[in-house]
Design a protein around this ligand. Sequence first.
Ligand code: BES
Ligand code: MN
Ligand code: ZN
Length: 481
Amino acid sequence: MRTKLVNSAAARSSESHAILVPVGAKINLPSDAPKANTWKSDFSDKNGSSITLRGAAGKRWVLVRLPKAKDVTAEDVRGAAGVARKVCEGLEKPTLSIDLSCLKNAAAFVQAAIEGSMMAGHDMALMRSDKPKYLVKSIQVAGAGSSKAASQALKHGTHGAIANLATRDLQNAPANILTPKEFAKRARKVCSSSPKLSCKVLGEKKMAEMGMGSLLGVSQGSVNEAQLVHMVYKPKGKSKGKLALVGKGLTFDTGGISIKPSGNMQDMKFDMSGAAAVLGTFVALGKGAECQYEVHGILGCVENMPGANAQRPGDIVTAMNKMTIEVHNTDAEGRLVLADCLTYTARKVKPMRIYDMATLTGAAIHALGHLHSAVIGTDQKAIDQVRDLSAELGEPCWQLPINEAYRDLTRGSYADLQNLYAPGQGAGTIAGACFLSFFVDDVPWVHLDIAATAWEGPPRSYMSKGGRGIIARTMLAVLRK
Ligand code: BES
Ligand code: MN
Ligand code: ZN
């Protein structure tokens, strides 16, 4: 997708011209557009509603409604830009312009306009022969000037959308195709696309040598070999330090011997959404997203299957940090996989901060519903930053507590830890985070539980069915700071 800033005159002569119109705002339509008295009553005040005006020679103007100018948020613009994209796809023209000139501080909304219009072009029906073709090949933002801030916002929006779309493609891919090995292959391919990226992959033999008994215990029921993917981004010029992004990459989670009910089990292909978000972020880094940190992306790609060799409830495994873990429930596998990924990261990478992202607990749905991801960790400044940036990007995170009293609940009786604490205690999302906290050593740490937000959820014009690409845009925003 090509994106650029243009002036309103250029936009007016473009093929499909969408104007975002706050309630009460004056619209500056060219003289060959239909007069307001012919359509005014059809253009509703409802946020996100739209109307298409027809001119001579196939000229079309699409008006999309926003709230009153003083109330407009980035999310409103993202949503309206998504509507504009959807309507303009129907007009079958390759260039879409989005006109922000009716907005007061238009430059501040460029990023959201690009995000919404690009993200709305995602098709979840990846393997359907009748899948719709997206015809828009180029998006231009008009009426926002050409300041440095506006052109940077354009880049940020473009890279954010690239990361989001790449994440969604991975999420939607089925587990028979996107196996751990295939995941690793795709990561290698992404990293070979840019001299700033590199990638190494550890197979099960190497992981066994490193003592990753916790991760390997989850994998042993599957014929698909686990892969630990380690990607590195090195910025041009001086690095501001090392950050690590760690993703849960369960390419499928049946629950293992503690098998899940069959209803909707097909959706458990999205249990790799954390790893997908990390790889999606690296896709954008490979395409020049702004970042002055050295970034390490660690993906724990594993399949959780029942099988003759599967681990049993009650088994005790030894993690890379030498802690023993009693496996109470083989369906609490994400924390077992992440445990070794986190130790690997803390000890081999030694970053100044770790962000992990994982579809870790169904309890996140009970705690926060499908609107907010849960954020828990030991670095309050970084948590505050994630909360603020994610809210601005329309993928908000909300903090839950962690402390010694909660951490104590996850200590085991037959082993140092157990992967589940007593049922009925509640706080499942906190319990998952507590377990992980034993594996980060002293590295400042931010854990993002995206179980409730990674897949489907509240309707958005720029989201389709399936994966939502959650948290990749937030991570890119963190990496820009
Ligand atoms: N991948 C699931 C969590 C999940 C559930 C994600 C629903 C998205 C939607 C995770 O591996 C899991 O099964 N967690 C269990 C933990 C429990 C056994 C302590 C859960 O949440 O039920
Ligand atoms: Mn599970
Ligand atoms: Zn899982």
